[in-house]
Design a protein around this ligand. Structure first.
Ligand code: ZN
Length: 61
């Protein structure tokens, strides 16, 4: 699957792939999506990001 690793997904958008998503500020918050297509959650309290980055593995193969 070809996905742009720089895409930032907003909370509420479906996760296109399984994997570990990271908040876009790099402050260390993660979300494990075990099923593709499930809506991404709101960012954790205190997070200053705008959304979730795709799992690194999504840019491979
Ligand atoms: Zn964060």
């Amino acid at each position: 699957m070809q996905l742009d690793p720089n895409i930032v997904l907003r909370p509420g958008q479906p996760a296109p792939v399984r994997g570990t998503y990271e908040c876009d500020t790099g402050c260390g918050h993660t979300y494990d999506a075990d099923i593709a297509g499930r809506a991404l959650p709101e960012l954790p309290f205190g997070c200053r990001g705008d959304g979730w980055r795709l799992p690194a593995a999504a840019s491979q193969s």
